[in-house]
Design a protein around this ligand. Structure first.
Ligand SMILES: Cc1cc2nc3c(=O)[nH]c(=O)nc-3n(C[C@H](O)[C@H](O)[C@H](O)COP(=O)(O)OP(=O)(O)OC[C@H]3O[C@@H](n4cnc5c(N)ncnc54)[C@H](O)[C@@H]3O)c2cc1C
Length: 402
């Protein structure tokens, strides 16, 4: 007994089958240890790369799979069905820093770093958030000072996924003395760069998240990923807005897993002479959960279809999809945990892990409250969406493959 995802057509279902096989063979055997030790199984980057499951939505010429964003979404769904933590680690390699490099890096930078990143042999984390700059990214204080041949980078970043194990960090910094920003590649081993600590989390324990320090790190100008004269912060925001659909997909995978677990439990656990599934209270919870999941699924793939068809970033629909999918994951795991009674509350119960993991979705790539503000500002143009908020501003129409 299980909940089927919507049928997205032959091409995308082939991606789903490939991702599902990989998740079953490579993720499932590693989840328990990775969660218990709070350690991401690093070898999975190269294995996923070799299986063609990193960069599915990048052009073939760049080393990608030549599909569109929806392929990355079904992959993220299937990975998250098995582990949101591992899916998050692999997902950051698939999008964020790598996506910024692919969209805005030069040909020489692609040659040096993009191919290895998509092969999973060069791990790139993206560092935007600082202890005093999260939702409000314009408060970033990390600075880039120009020198005669490059840049000196100084500052501190926090909650950086894959930060403790990455080969390189795509670092967002303010250009000293200006209101402009830039993105710079700092490599592990660069003098002055360190991951100061790995952070322990409520959920997603198999992903590694760290606090990074940049103490006068000197890099050459070839390490500046943001093109001269561009608007790096706006460009980052575009990458992050599309990333909301990948977070939504991850929430869908988790939600589906939670329902499947609860269904299996309700079918076999008997009380007062009947399986729980035969009880109206329990079956109603399951019916509601599957309906909510389907709604979030439809909205997420609807938003993705707009992005793909228009070659544009549909800010409103991305926010709505991410908000609904994240809140639905939180609600579903709350309800499904109840189906388990006491055993669901035990630390090593899978449903307990999903309950903890679901909270992740309401925080990353713009919190739920920030999505509310973005959506509300479209309803009432007089409401200030906060110009410094991630993805609050519409972007110019531009036809590209997303
Ligand atoms: C597991 C994990 C992984 C992460 N990975 C990365 C990563 O790889 N790279 C990276 O750069 N960052 C990463 N982050 C950081 C994440 O993007 C931020 O935590 C998030 O943007 C929120 O910022 P903040 O934590 O500073 O919260 P704050 O911005 O301080 O917000 C605190 C609360 O206030 C609310 N709030 C803030 N402003 C408003 C407003 N204007 N109106 C109403 N409510 C508001 C928020 O919704 C939230 O509830 C990660 C975080 C976590 C937890």
């Amino acid at each position: 007994m299980s909940v089927d995802p919507i049928d997205l057509g032959a091409e995308l279902e082939a991606w789903r089958a490939r991702a599902r096989r990989f998740a079953q063979e490579e993720i499932v055997p590693r989840v328990d240890e990775a969660e218990a030790t709070e350690t991401f199984p690093r070898e999975l980057f190269a294995r996923a790369g070799a299986a063609g499951l990193i960069g599915s939505h990048y052009p073939v010429a760049a080393g990608g799979g030549g599909a569109d964003l929806r392929a990355a979404m079904v992959i993220r769904e299937e990975f998250s069905y098995r582990s949101v933590g591992i899916s998050s680690g692999l997902g950051h390699q698939d999008h964020v820093g790598t996506a910024y490099l692919q969209r805005f890096g030069s040909a020489a930078q692609h040659e040096a770093w993009l191919g290895p990143a998509l092969a999973g042999t060069y791990v790139i984390a993206m560092a935007i958030t600082e202890p005093d700059a999260g939702s409000d990214v314009r408060r970033i204080r990390t600075t880039a000072r120009p020198t005669s041949s490059g840049w000196v980078l100084s500052g501190r970043k926090t909650y950086i996924t894959n930060g403790p194990l990455a080969d390189a960090i795509a670092l967002t910094a303010r250009i000293a003395g200006t209101d402009r920003f830039g993105v710079f590649l700092v490599e592990r081993g660069d003098r002055g760069f360190a991951c100061e600590r790995k952070l322990s989390k409520l959920g997603c324990r198999s992903s590694e998240v760290g606090e990074l320090v940049f103490d006068d790190v000197e890099v050459s100008d070839e390490r500046r990923l943001s093109p001269e004269g561009g608007s790096p912060l706006d460009d980052i925001l575009k990458v992050l807005v599309i990333g909301r659909l990948l977070v939504a997909a991850s929430a869908l995978g988790l939600g589906r897993r939670a329902i499947d677990l609860a269904l299996a439990r309700a079918a076999t656990r008997e009380t007062f002479g009947r399986p729980l599934l035969r009880r109206q209270e329990i079956s109603a919870m399951l019916a509601h959960a599957t309906t909510a999941l389907r709604a979030a699924e439809l909205l997420s793939y609807h938003a993705a279809a707009i992005a793909v068809d228009r070659g544009d970033v549909p800010i409103l629909e991305c926010s709505q999809a991410k908000l609904l999918a994240a809140e639905t994951a939180v609600e579903i795991t709350d309800r499904m945990l109840r189906v388990f009674g006491g055993v669901g509350y035990l630390d090593d119960a899978e449903i307990a892990r999903l309950y903890r993991d679901a909270r992740f979705f309401t925080i990353v790539e713009g919190t739920a409250e920030i999505q509310h503000r973005i959506i509300a500002s479209r309803l009432d143009p007089t409401l200030d969406p906060e110009p410094s908020t991630v993805g609050s501003r519409p972007t110019a129409r531009r036809k590209t493959r997303i």
